[in-house]
Design a protein around this ligand. Structure first.
Ligand SMILES: CC(=O)SCCNC(=O)CCNC(=O)[C@H](O)C(C)(C)COP(=O)(O)OP(=O)(O)OC[C@H]1O[C@@H](n2cnc3c(N)ncnc32)[C@H](O)[C@@H]1OP(=O)(O)O
Length: 405
């Protein structure tokens, strides 16, 4: 049965939420009277889509949030966080999602956006639509009894700040401000618009669920980091540790790893390059699990996207980018001088040939071209090209994203 995809308005909120929850098999929570209090409260109803059957039944949804994404080199671009894609079980596998995604990608291109991003429910769904996994997280668990820091390291930070334990609701403004400073500097991070904090939308510590916050302040008393956590049956679970400085980050890690009445500390969704095991006396005390993709990137405009980020090495590359979902193939010449790129369509022979989803994976510098070559995902003219690509795409730190939307 053919469906029509149409944009929603605020008047569609109820039908949007009901259809979405039917797709997920859940009953919709209702937000508080002021519109706050559940993760989807920050929906932008002028940006969402509904798939409707010929007899007027809503059977599918897709949403977009307006975010800003931090790129390698610190540039920031507007991007859409795609989410709430759902098709009611009675209408699956008939192309409803495909119709929603096709319309959404066209809309996002019309807005002039270079990339779209999403968090995937299942890693098998989104590659076909041109999204590639681009940032990664892992779960780090440490038995507290083995959590001693190695004080003989050459670079043990000299802490001049302090940590205060507060309830989440008593320091929201400080959390918002610290997060905002962090995300402007961290490649792969998304902003958390004020509206999310004001509504308590999203997940802790943005949402209003009770949390303890270790708020770090510098020597002048200015907040410059925090850790959001709770204790469950002797396990201290960290939602996120946010700071703009490695020394502050270590101070916050020391704080949770030194907490009394705790058997184990779990850093959920930690960056993939967290140096914790190199900071402890017992290298093997840190168990890493749950390695997974977090942010998936979909390049919409190759010229705009490649021109917007900074590059770690100068050089030139010709990329052939294949986009089977949109039925497009094109070659682009990338010329990098002093870390900035000029990118333009070309007719030259390609150095690298890759799917647009793999370009999305490489874009933020969190995935190595060599690894994709070894995996058979990209092809290269010769080895020297891969070395050059490796040096150019690389970023100093792994990109990390931790906004749940
Ligand atoms: C960013 C986010 O919102 S993540 C949340 C995604 N939503 C959910 O998981 C909610 C529960 N699931 C659903 O609502 C639906 O099954 C959806 C949205 C995942 C898919 O909707 P459908 O309308 O059935 O997809 P559609 O018929 O367009 O299928 C497109 C292709 O994706 C494939 N596909 C669809 N769902 C899945 C899946 N869960 N895993 C792997 N492949 C899938 C289909 O087989 C089809 O492949 P083909 O083109 O080779 O034939």
């Amino acid at each position: 049965m053919p469906v029509t995809v149409r944009a929603t308005t605020p008047a569609d909120l109820d039908i949007f939420v009901t259809t979405l929850h039917a797709a997920f098999g859940r009953f919709p929570d209702r937000p508080d009277e002021d519109g706050s209090g559940v993760f989807w409260s920050a929906l932008e109803m002028d940006r969402n889509l509904l798939a409707v059957t010929a007899d007027g039944r809503a059977v599918g949804t897709a949403a977009g949030y307006s975010f800003e994404l931090t790129l390698p080199g610190g540039g920031r671009i507007p991007t859409t966080g795609v989410t709430n894609v759902g098709v009611v079980p009675s209408h699956r596998r008939r192309g409803v999602m495909t119709a929603l995604v096709r319309r959404q990608l066209a809309d996002l291109r019309a807005r002039g956006e270079h990339v779209a991003v999403l968090l995937a429910m299942e890693a098998t769904i989104y590659r076909r639509f041109g999204y590639g996994p681009a940032t990664f997280t892992r779960r780090l668990s440490v038995p507290r009894a083995r959590a001693g820091f190695d004080e003989t390291r050459r670079g043990v930070p000299v802490g001049t700040g302090s940590i205060e334990v507060l309830r989440r609701q008593d320091c929201v403004a400080a959390l918002e401000e610290v997060y905002d400073r962090h995300r402007r500097r961290r490649t792969g991070a998304l902003d958390r618009p004020h509206r999310w904090w004001a509504l308590g939308a999203g997940h802790p510590p943005v949402s209003r669920e009770p949390r303890w916050i270790g708020l770090h302040r510098d020597a002048d008393g200015r907040p410059d980091g925090y850790v959001s956590y709770r204790l469950e049956d002797g396990v201290l679970l960290v939602d996120e540790t946010i700071s703009t400085d490695d020394g502050v980050h270590e101070a916050l890690d020391r704080f949770v790893l030194g907490h009394d009445l705790v058997r184990e500390v779990v850093l959920q969704d930690a960056p993939s390059d967290h140096p914790l095991r190199w900071q402890l006396l017992d290298h093997d005390a840190v168990a890493s699990s749950g390695d997974e993709a977090w942010l998936w990137v979909r390049v919409l405009d190759v010229v705009g996207a490649l021109g917007a980020r900074a590059w770690s090495a100068d050089g030139d590359l010709v990329l052939q980018v294949e986009d089977p979902f949109l039925g497009e193939t094109a070659r682009y010449r990338l010329d990098v001088t002093d870390g900035r790129a000029r990118c333009a369509p070309t007719g030259c022979e390609p150095d690298l040939t890759l799917d647009v989803a793999d370009l999305g994976s490489l874009y933020l510098g969190g995935v190595s071209p060599r690894e994709l070559l070894r995996a058979g995902r990209i092809t290269a003219r010769d080895r020297s090209v891969v070395q050059r690509a490796e040096a150019m795409f690389r970023t100093e730190r792994a990109p990390w994203s931790h906004h749940i939307f």
